[in-house]
Design a protein around this ligand. Structure first.
Ligand SMILES: [Ca+2]
Length: 338
């Protein structure tokens, strides 16, 4: 029985020992298994870390490149800002210069307009009237009015003497060509051109200085002398017209017309060698219609008279009035209405 107990103890010890050994073997197995798993895991993590490092390096490089580009763009932007600022200053300066040039052009246009107006006052009778028929010009004829042997109390005889004096003293001379400047606009720019007009309206004092002139010059001189006679010798100012005559062939002529009561008119035309007379050759006003037709037939070489403007000059007030205009018929009707 003792033997049996011994054996049981031995068995128990062996069993415990075996169990411990088995536990150790199992623990060892588990240790090795897990170590391999974690080694693999660590390897995978390392591989992922490497990939991420690669991505990081690429992105870092790209970031560097973007930063360089951004820096270039900033530099360009600064440069462009400077250029823009300079261009703005240049634009402002050019705009200022353009305004100055426009002002100069406006001033030149105004100057040209004044020159053209002045030149027109030398070639066109309506514009020339203030210059050629004023009180100073009338006074300038005084010496010659007296020299023409006028009679203070007899206006018609005095007009005859004045007509005779002008006809015999003033030599006929054609007018020179006068250039009239004007703008011809091409693309809104003024191209200076000249219109040449064969006409120069002389003042009475000029005609008396040159002793020559054409029809308007002698008619204007005669008109001024008649005004001098009326104002300063006879003492009564009578209605007197400067007659601007247009013929049917578009030529023009100037004479002096003096109306009288009863629808009468006297025509004094030194250049046309025409004066209204009675059968005795005296200056006597005649019925307007008959006299105008007779005068028109004097100019049949020009196809007759198309139009007459009757202009009355107030030489003291420098005012000029168009009393009547139209055909011989209309002018006759107008004079007959007096
Ligand atoms: Ca002339």
């Amino acid at each position: 029985m003792v033997f049996a107990l011994k054996e049981v103890k031995m068995f128990a010890v062996i069993t415990v020992f075996s169990l411990i050994l088995l536990g150790m073997i199992l623990a060892l197995y588990k240790f090795y298994s897990e170590r391999e798993y974690y080694a693999n895991y660590a390897h995978r993590l390392e591989s992922e870390l490497n990939s991420l490092m690669l991505v990081y390096e690429n992105k870092s490089r790209e970031l560097d490149e973007v930063e360089i580009k951004l820096s270039d763009l900033k530099a360009n932007y600064t440069l462009l800002e400077e250029k823009y600022s300079k261009l703005e200053k240049d634009f402002s300066s050019v705009a200022h210069e353009l305004n100055r040039v426009r002002d100069v052009a406006k001033s030149l246009n105004s100057t040209l307009y004044n020159i053209t107006s002045t030149m027109l006052s030398y070639v066109s009778i309506p514009q020339a009237l203030p210059r050629v028929l004023n009180i100073d010009e009338v006074l300038a004829t005084g010496y010659y009015v007296v020299a023409a042997a006028v009679t203070p109390s007899d206006p018609w005889l005095s007009y005859w003497h004045l007509y005779a004096w002008v006809s015999s003293s003033i030599r006929y001379a054609r007018d020179p060509l006068i250039p009239i400047p004007y703008c011809e606009y091409v693309n809104e720019s003024c191209v200076l051109k000249y219109l040449f007009i064969e006409n120069y309206v002389q003042s009475p004092s000029q005609t008396l200085e040159y002793w020559q002139g054409d029809c308007e010059d002698t008619a204007i001189l005669l008109y001024a002398m008649i005004k001098y006679y009326q104002l300063f010798i006879n003492g009564t100012e009578y209605l007197t017209w400067l007659a601007l005559i247009e013929f049917n062939d578009n030529e023009s002529h100037v004479a002096v017309f003096i109306p009288a009561k009863g629808g009468l008119v006297a025509i004094l035309d030194p250049t046309g060698h025409y004066m209204t007379t009675d059968e005795m050759g005296r200056l006597v006003p005649q019925p307007a219609r008959v006299e105008l037709e007779k005068y028109a037939s004097r100019w049949s070489i020009h196809g007759g008279v198309k139009n007459i403007d009757l202009i009355r000059a107030d030489v003291i007030g420098k005012e000029y009035y168009l009393s009547a205009e139209g055909s011989i018929e209309k002018i006759a009707e107008y004079i007959e209405s007096f």
